[in-house]
Design a protein around this ligand. Structure first.
Ligand code: TMP
Length: 210
């Protein structure tokens, strides 16, 4: 695959989407083809699955059902959007990918990590993040920011302790996979974070000839 797959992870309200847009501007100005996408979502069908996952639901969604829905959306997204873009040589900036499943469903919902890992690999196929930025913020602060901008979905309604466990899960994953994952302190101003990201991405091997 000629392209580069970069993922952005972290708690709710950590500012990933803003940083992805600014990063795309920077990379496009250097002449790169950039695809911005997100999970769950990114294709019409995957966005419909996102709707099922985000809307508040009177019926409790069983953790395993939730896992399958995230993975179903991922399989569609990978086949329809991510793989073709990487084959064209694009830089794909993706707002969440399978690390979210590892942490939200594995740590947050306490599903068996081996099951989550297996389904992640099945849904992602040959696609692996080349590098991942984890945006770190105290969970309560992230939730406050997300509520302020009007978000309030089914996942956000989980207790703060759930979101704290998710935060710890991301930090632990970053420890385990230090070469791939960079922790970004998301409590700082937007411009400072963007500067750090731009500096960092320019040092990644795939940027050498770009
Ligand atoms: P966001 O993309 O707007 O941050 O919201 C997506 C929500 O879905 C967020 O609460 C994280 C959650 N999520 C999972 O629980 N598992 C996953 O695999 C993914 C991609 C997201």
């Amino acid at each position: 695959m000629k392209g580069a797959f970069i993922t952005f992870e972290g708690c709710e309200g950590s500012g990933k989407s803003t940083q992805i847009r600014l990063m795309a501007d920077f990379l496009r100005a250097r002449g790169a083809e950039v695809t911005i996408t997100r999970e769950p979502g990114g294709t019409p069908l995957a966005e419909r699955i996102r709707g099922l996952l985000m809307e508040t639901c009177e019926e409790t969604i069983a953790p395993l059902t939730e896992l399958f829905l995230y993975e179903a959306a991922r399989a569609q997204h990978v086949q329809q959007i991510v793989l073709p873009a990487l084959q064209r040589g694009a830089i794909v900036l993706c707002d969440r990918f399978y690390d979210s499943t590892t942490v939200y469903q594995g740590v947050g919902r306490k599903l068996d990590p081996a099951t989550v890992g297996l389904l992640n690999r099945l849904a992602a196929g040959a696609v692996r993040p080349m590098h991942t930025y984890v945006f770190d913020l105290p969970a309560a602060e992230g939730l406050r920011r997300a509520w302020e901008r009007g978000s309030d979905d089914r996942m956000m309604q989980e207790a703060v302790t759930f979101h704290e466990a998710v935060r710890e899960g991301f930090l632990a994953l970053a420890q385990e996979e230090g070469d791939r994952i960079t922790i970004v302190d998301a409590s700082r101003p937007i411009e400072i974070i963007q500067e750090e990201l731009r500096r960092h991405i320019c040092g990644l091997p795939f940027m050498e000839n770009r």
